[in-house]
Structure formats: structure tokens, C-alpha cells
Design a protein around this ligand. Structure first.
Ligand code: FES
Ligand SMILES: [Fe+2]
Length: 402
């Protein structure tokens, strides 16, 4: 398939032509997904970095990584080095990790109790509020900065950011629709969940040898549980399995926990964790999952929440970062340690099973005979929706029209 076709809002050539958009828009059984190049061509990832990750709201990192004044934490958003910093005013801001003078990277390791940030090249110093504080020898040897020298225009480059619970999102180009609009479907979906009642306790990264979109799609794919995750059969009865439901740019699923286990507890006889405070009774056997477009996902259980970031490090390699949250009263208690470990271990087992499948999905994208595949209507309706949002970003249309 020749993917260089006319169409789209970013000039006369787009790798996602009108015919591909048309094929994505058909009813699910007749639809097609993105072409192989979208998963294998480094040039496509470069387009995504430029037109998708820089223009969408994207997850940057948990607020609990920089909770106190003076905390500075490096984050990387689809190849762009940024850092989060919490100022003396208690506000957490996100900046491009670069000195505005000659462009040296400013921060190379996380800091605690930082009063200011000094560039190692010529010593320009910045407050965590982003303002330029000093420029040594600016006017000549021992002639330091003086008022009226334009210091106010040379502060750090701040990135538009917003916080939802423990999760910091950024919009690098500053022109996406308001954050509240972007996040509204998730806010509504989880308004009865006491997300503030969970506390982050663990973190673990996993590497997938697959394109980031395949890893996200696999997370959203409930169909493969029959074949790939036999350990989940006791937790989720076959009749309780559904495909993803699009809402806004995101996708949601309300799974039902059929067994006696709580949390992601594959062995109901294992150690138990308490439910989060204030959980309505009818949610006590539910486990909603979602994709927060483009590359974050969540899994909610009565006693624990997992927040995932699928970071594209290469066109065929993705790091899945997982932050684990537990009900406040069980987040660091010694008596719940075994149960917390068990949740982490269970996700590790599931991810090991998914890892081999994701690698196969990536390998399959090298077969010319495959051109976007076939979707199963009951299960896969979310995937063409997801692909369409990516395509719109590349083309500068739909949710990405400006
Ligand atoms: S590059 Fe940072 S002070 Fe010159
Ligand atoms: Fe899986």
C-alpha cells in the first residue's frame, strides 16, 4: 500500500489519505485500521511526535513525583524533555528542560529542596516559579545582571499543564481545547469513585517490543482474555466481557468482577485489601478500564487503581509505566504489604503474557498482505475510533482542527 496520498490539513501530502479515513469510518465489520506504516515507519512516529503528542493533552507524570515545594522531577513526553517543579507557592508547573540562554539542558536529575535552578553552562539561575533570578557576568567580568536588562523576558519556557487527581497532563503547543473539555468524559465516568481516597504506593516500568498504539490497543482488548490470560477466567465471567465504548476522544469499559476476589486478585484465597472509602455499594463488584487518549490508560478496582503511560521510545518499542494506588488506609501499612505485592505481581504476570502477543502484533505489521485488518464488531469497535483520532492528528482535522 502506498500511504503517501493527498488529503489532510498539514499540506498536500499526508500518510493518512482520504481513502484510509473512509475505510475507518465504515461500520466495524467493514472498517479498516491504520496501515502498517503507522506501526513500523519511524517517519510516522516523527509525525505523531509533531502533530499528535505536541498538540493533544497528554499525560506527563504523577503529581506525587513532585509533591513538596522544592521538588523537581524530569519527565519525557514523547521524546521531549520536560520537568515538573513545585514552587514555594505550592504550585506545580511544567517547563521545557532547556536554558533560554544558549539552550543547555537545565535539569539532569530529580531534586529535592531546590531553591532555584542554575544552568551549568554560564550560571543563569531560575526560580521554580520560572522567573530568571540572576545572570552572572552578564554585562562583562564581575558586571552582574542589573535591573532593566530584560531579565523578565528570559524566564523558563512553561508548558501548559493541568492536574486531575494525582495526574499531571500537558499540552505542549498550548492550543488544545480546554483541559476540562478533554477530561470531561472521564470526570463524569468516575464521579462516583473516590479517586482522592487512593494513594500512590508503587511504580514499575515494563518494555514492550511493539509500537505504542499496539500496546494501547492490547490494553483495551478484552477479546484476547479468552486465549491469553487464563488466570483471569475466575475473576471475569465470559458473559461479563465487553468491547470498549468510545466517549469523546477516549474509550471506556465497565468490567464486572464475577468472583469473590477484590482488586486484581486472581486468587480469591489470597491476601485482601480494603476497598477505598466511600465506594457506593453497586460499584463494589465493578472494574472500569479506560484509555485516556492518546497514550494513558487506567484500571480501577474497589481496592486499587493502576495508572498506565505507554511511552513511545521507538517506532517498535514502548515503555509502559505503571503507578499503583491503594486505598489510603492500606497504602503503606505493614499488614497489607503482601496484598499490595500481590497486585503488582499479578499485573507483572499479565504483562508477561501480553508482552509476547504485542511482539507478534508488531512482527505481523511487516506482512504486506495485511492492510489494516478486520475488526470483530462486538469487541473491536473502539480500535477504529482510536485509529481515527490518531489519523485526525496527523491530518490536522476533526478533534485536531485548529
Ligand atoms: S546556556 Fe544556560 S546560562 Fe548559558
Ligand atoms: Fe492482556
Amino acid at each position: 500500500m502506498n500511504v503517501m496520498r493527498a488529503g489532510g490539513g498539514h499540506g498536500s501530502h499526508s500518510p493518512v489519505g482520504d481513502d484510509i479515513i473512509e475505510a475507518m469510518t465504515r461500520e466495524t465489520a467493514e472498517a479498516r485500521g491504520l496501515p502498517n506504516e503507522a506501526f513500523t515507519d519511524p517517519a510516522f512516529l516523527a509525525l505523531e511526535r509533531k502533530h499528535l503528542f505536541a498538540r493533544a493533552w497528554v499525560f506527563a507524570g504523577p503529581l506525587s513525583d513532585a509533591p513538596d515545594p522544592g521538588d523537581v522531577t524530569c519527565v519525557d513526553v514523547a521524546g521531549r524533555p520536560l520537568f515538573m517543579a513545585t514552587g514555594r507557592d505550592g504550585a506545580t508547573r511544567v517547563y521545557h528542560n532547556v536554558c533560554p540562554h544558549r539552550g543547555a539542558r537545565l535539569v539532569v536529575e530529580d531534586r529535592k529542596n531546590a531553591a532555584a535552578l542554575t544552568c551549568p553552562y554560564h550560571g543563569w539561575t531560575f526560580g521554580l516559579d520560572g522567573g530568571l533570578r540572576t545572570r552572572p557576568h552578564y554585562h562583562g567580568p564581575l558586571e552582574h545582571d542589573r535591573e532593566g536588562s530584560g531579565a523578565e523576558r528570559d524566564g523558563l519556557f512553561e508548558v501548559r499543564s493541568a492536574v486531575w487527581h494525582d495526574w499531571v497532563f500537558v499540552n505542549i503547543d498550548g492550543e488544545a481545547p480546554p483541559f476540562e473539555e478533554y477530561m470531561a468524559p472521564a470526570m463524569k465516568e468516575y464521579e462516583r469513585w473516590n479517586l482522592e481516597g487512593f494513594r500512590r504506593a508503587r511504580y514499575r516500568p515494563f518494555t514492550f517490543h511493539a509500537n505504542w498504539k499496539l500496546a494501547v490497543e492490547n490494553f483495551c482488548d478484552n477479546y484476547h482474555v479468552f486465549m491469553v490470560h487464563p488466570a483471569l477466567h475466575d475473576m471475569q465471567a465470559p458473559r461479563d466481557r465487553f468491547g470498549m465504548r468510545p466517549d469523546g476522544v477516549h474509550m471506556f469499559n465497565n468490567y464486572v468482577i464475577g468472583g469473590e476476589g477484590r482488586g486484581l486478585t486472581l486468587d480469591p484465597a489470597g491476601p485482601m485489601l480494603p476497598d477505598v472509602a466511600g465506594l457506593p455499594e453497586d460499584l463494589g463488584k465493578t472494574s472500569p478500564f479506560c484509555n485516556l487518549f492518546p497514550n494513558a490508560t487506567m484500571a480501577l478496582f474497589p481496592s486499587n487503581v493502576e495508572f498506565f503511560l505507554f511511552e513511545p521510545v521507538a517506532v517498535d518499542e514502548t515503555v509502559m509505566h505503571v503507578w499503583f494506588y491503594f486505598a489510603e488506609e492500606a497504602a503503606d501499612t505493614p499488614e497489607h504489604r503482601a496484598a499490595r505485592d500481590k497486585v503488582v505481581d499479578e499485573w507483572t504476570l499479565l504483562n508477561a503474557e501480553d508482552s509476547g502477543i504485542c511482539r507478534r502484533l508488531q512482527e505481523g505489521r511487516s506482512c504486506d498482505a495485511y492492510d489494516g485488518g478486520r475488526f470483530a464488531p462486538y469487541w473491536d469497535a473502539g480500535t477504529p475510533h482510536f485509529h481515527r483520532r490518531v489519523a485526525e492528528a496527523i491530518r490536522g482535522t476533526g478533534a485536531f482542527a485548529r
